[in-house]
Design a protein around this ligand. Structure first.
Ligand SMILES: *[C@@H]1O[C@H](CO)[C@@H](O)[C@H](O)[C@H]1NC(C)=O
Ligand SMILES: *[C@@H]1O[C@H](CO)[C@@H](O)[C@H](O)[C@H]1NC(C)=O
Ligand SMILES: *[C@@H]1O[C@H](CO)[C@@H](O)[C@H](O)[C@H]1NC(C)=O
Ligand SMILES: *[C@@H]1O[C@H](CO)[C@@H](O)[C@H](O)[C@H]1NC(C)=O
Length: 378
């Protein structure tokens, strides 16, 4: 959930209409798809010629650390390509106790939304004679959310004319165009079939175990060296991820939120300027390198945006946040505002922090984000 609200507003059913009202009739710019330097594939081993972090980007004209072309110049799945039949099949070993745990908040939580510009969910019950339907209108950036590849582009100096989406396949105008271009829409992630092994790093639990206090509603960096320490505290091996894993970090944001008195829930989203802060992964090169080398398919957490807020990081000499590189650069979706409380308790009880997971996005052609319908099975 980031603050480019006007551009990420994804009211189901109303999206195309809304875009049209706000932006008028956009002009369609040709894209530069197809001109990229792409990787030589070896179908017997997809990691042959796999670029190291230092080898990114593959063409100096691409933006900071972009992985454009790594899965081919027209690829629309990005890091989800790490999920294969083999990774799913191997993950079945994680189901041992037969415990299934939802990782989704109720759809209207947090309420009011953490970004006050985003409208609250609308739920209408429609009574008929002897039965009823209901209708839901939601901004997909409010509750537990899977950020799709239309959500966040590179933007140099925050300038709309410099927006560059994953693999440079679309322009901002394409997304808001009434031509109903579907490229990079959430339907790709809905139709891919997302399942495999999840790994939980309970950073907040680790801090608590050391009696170290922190405020999840402040700008606070979770570092990769912290995360390696968390893994070892949880008795995970040093190579605790495998290609295709869904790596999940518990920051403690939602626990702290759930303990707020209701009047504070009302006030929290309306903090001004630098006070509108929260915890997240340190936005720097170490974080990027650490994540890239793990070949994970997805990165998730219980906080609003994976990275801390407000964002003012500089990466590779350019003002960049992690969203730009993860989503726009690597095609790696982020799963935010996960409910990790029951999962974390269960993992500690079983002394086991890996599990099978499934995730099913809404099959919304051209959609930007989605409730993930994420489940852990232990
Ligand atoms: C945005 O970038 C374009 C192209 O580089 C430039 O012409 C324009 O002045 C910039 N707009 C702003 C508001 O900086
Ligand atoms: C944390 O505090 C509790 C209660 O005061 C104490 O029993 C425990 O030893 C402390 N743990 C550490 C790691 O300091
Ligand atoms: C992880 O490391 C252990 C030893 O530290 C090794 O036995 C195992 O094969 C490694 N697993 C992977 C997937 O590389
Ligand atoms: C968080 O990390 C960034 C990037 O390394 C750094 O610039 C910033 O000073 C850190 N902020 C805090 C509060 O630790």
């Amino acid at each position: 959930m980031m603050l480019h609200t006007r551009y990420s507003l994804a009211l189901l059913g109303l999206c195309a209409w809304f875009s049209f009202q706000v932006y008028g009739r956009p002009t369609h710019k040709p894209t530069t798809a197809g001109i990229h330097v792409s990787r030589q594939f070896d179908s017997s081993d997809m990691y042959v010629n796999w670029p190291t972090y230092d080898e990114l980007p593959r063409d100096p004209s691409f933006p900071t650390k972009a992985a454009w072309g790594v899965w081919g110049p027209k690829d629309e799945l990005g890091a989800l390509n790490h999920i294969t039949s083999a990774t799913i099949e191997a993950a079945k070993e994680e189901i041992k106790e037969g415990i299934a745990i939802s990782m989704n908040l109720e759809l209207e939580i947090p309420n009011p939304p953490m970004n006050p510009l985003r409208p609250e969910l609308i739920h209408a019950v429609i009574p008929f004679e002897g039965y009823q339907d209901d209708m839901i209108s939601l901004n997909t950036q409010v509750s537990t959310q899977f950020d799709g590849l239309r959500h966040y582009p590179y933007s140099t100096a925050g300038n709309i004319s410099t927006y560059q989406f994953y693999n440079d396949l679309i322009t901002f105008d394409d997304i808001v165009s009434p031509a109903r271009i579907k490229t990079l829409g959430i339907q790709n992630a809905a139709q891919k079939g997302i399942a495999g092994r999840g790994v939980l790093l309970d950073w907040a639990g680790w801090k608590e175990s050391k009696n170290e206090t922190f405020d999840a509603f402040s700008f606070f960096n979770i570092t990769t060296s912290d995360l390696d320490s968390v893994a070892s505290w949880q008795n995970l091996p040093s190579n605790f991820t495998r290609p295709g894993d869904f790596l999940i970090i518990r920051s403690g944001f939602m626990k702290q939120y759930s303990l707020l008195p209701i009047n504070q829930e009302q006030v929290l989203p309306f903090r001004a300027g630098d006070d509108a802060a929260w915890i997240g992964l340190e936005p720097n090169e170490e974080t990027l390198r650490w994540i890239w080398e793990k070949k994970i398919s997805l990165l998730g957490s219980d906080d609003p945006s994976i990275e801390p807020h407000p964002e003012n990081s500089v990466i590779g000499g350019v003002k960049r946040n992690l969203h730009q590189i993860f989503i726009g650069g690597w095609g790696m979706s982020l799963v935010e505002f996960l409910d990790l409380e029951t999962l974390a308790q269960t993992c500690h009880k079983l002394n086991r922090f890996t599990f099978f997971f499934t995730l099913q996005n809404l099959n919304m052609a051209g959609g930007i984000a989605s409730p993930p319908n994420a489940m852990a099975i232990l």
